[in-house]
Design a binder for this molecule. Structure first.
Ligand SMILES: [Zn+2]
Length: 372
């Protein structure tokens, strides 16, 4: 039997939390990691309706895309929408886990499944990959500073923007006492030693961190160099939100708009730009992707598919001469969650556990009224 915590681990292998944008409240938001799970429900939104549906289906876990709790709560009022959902989660023992922007950016995530649906090829991340930064602190004897620092720089440490070989060193007194089995570079085994040392600090990103640590260990004169690694919070954005790729053949904005209306059964989409414009390279960001209009244009997209476009976003797209198809927020993301349910099902089956997956019944809060 798998617990909520076991399933969280599997989900986070598919959608690593490090891919989420900073401050996005992803993860287990309500319930216990120790609860045992036989059935699980997938939903776009975590609210009292989907939690209740999960409970009625005998599911002990709801995996949603949108978080149940967006900001810090000062109180939980069961009469408020969020409070009611939390109360249901605890009363009916339905753990709520949300995979939000980490699932937007993940290799098997929502934007990727939309790209597959449209048959896009030559896929790359739309917003580009920004690896996370770390601060490395290493304590070196004064006469080894140059060797350690140079080796670390050559392995990729010390880059800040357009500057390379950035570091800082401050002096101090290190102490140590090696056992009789040691062979210290300074002093003798079994004796308390004091040595003038430098505290050398530099930045390294996640792409080069391991090799920088390896070379420091390789050239450092001490048997046991003291190396501290600090994560610089919020320094990276993970693998990049959104996706860009090429349609199998050239089409027009209007034809692609009609394809999207058919695929998602939305009845309509909203378009910015000329309907007859020929397009092939398409950028996609499900949900509210209006802030990436400029990125899509700079990334060479002929058209951009996203949701929640506002008036001034449309004006910006117009100025950039980038056609945009607003295909709504609900339908493309719900499709993406259904596809994620299949991916999760495959991953769960590999563990040998029998977990049944259900999908919540949800409706787009927006309705299109066509003149009667
Ligand atoms: Zn969304």
């Amino acid at each position: 039997m798998l617990t909520v915590a076991d399933i969280v681990k599997i989900i986070e292998e598919l959608a690593p939390p490090g891919l989420a944008v900073p401050q996005d409240p992803i993860g287990l938001q309500s319930g216990s990691g120790q609860w045992e799970i036989e059935r699980l429900m997938i939903a776009l939104d975590a609210d009292h309706r989907t939690i209740r549906q999960a409970a009625d289906a005998g599911a002990g876990m709801l995996v949603s895309h949108h978080p149940l709790i967006y900001g810090p709560l000062a109180s939980i009022d069961p009469e408020s929408p969020v409070g009611r959902a939390v109360a249901y989660s605890l009363e009916f023992k339905v753990a709520v886990y949300c995979a939000h922007t980490n699932l937007d950016a993940a290799k098997n995530g929502i934007n990727n499944s939309l790209a597959v649906l449209l048959g896009l090829a030559d896929l790359t991340a739309l917003a580009g990959r920004t690896p996370e930064n770390f601060k490395i602190v290493v304590f070196v004897p004064v006469n080894s500073l140059d060797e350690v620092r140079t080796a670390a720089f050559e392995a990729g440490a010390g880059k800040i923007g357009a500057y390379t070989r950035c570091s800082f060193a401050s002096s101090g007194i290190g102490t140590f006492m090696g056992s009789e089995d040691t062979d210290p570079a300074v002093g003798s085994p079994g004796r308390f030693e004091e040595a003038s040392e430098l505290r050398l600090e530099m930045i390294a990103n996640s792409d080069v961190l391991d090799s920088v640590i390896d070379v420091i260990r390789g050239v450092h004169p001490y048997e046991e160099p003291a190396i501290d690694i600090y994560s610089l919070h919020g320094s990276g954005m993970g693998e990049g939100i959104g996706i860009i790729g090429s349609l199998p053949e050239e089409t027009t904005v209007e034809k692609l708009a009609n394809t999207l209306i058919d695929l998602f059964e939305t009845g309509s989409v909203t378009v910015v730009g000329e309907k007859g414009r020929k397009i092939q390279r398409v950028a996609i960001c499900s949900g509210s992707g209006a802030s990436l209009v400029g990125t899509a244009s700079a990334g060479g997209a002929d058209a951009y598919l996203t949701g929640d476009m506002k008036y001034h976003d449309a004006r910006q797209a117009d100025e950039l001469d980038l056609p945009v198809i607003d295909f709504g927020h609900f339908a493309p993301e719900r499709y993406g969650m259904k596809e994620f349910g299949k991916t999760l099902n495959t991953a769960l089956k590999k563990t040998g556990a029998e977990i049944e997956i259900f999908y919540a019944q949800e409706e787009d809060p927006f309705k299109v009224i066509t003149r009667a």
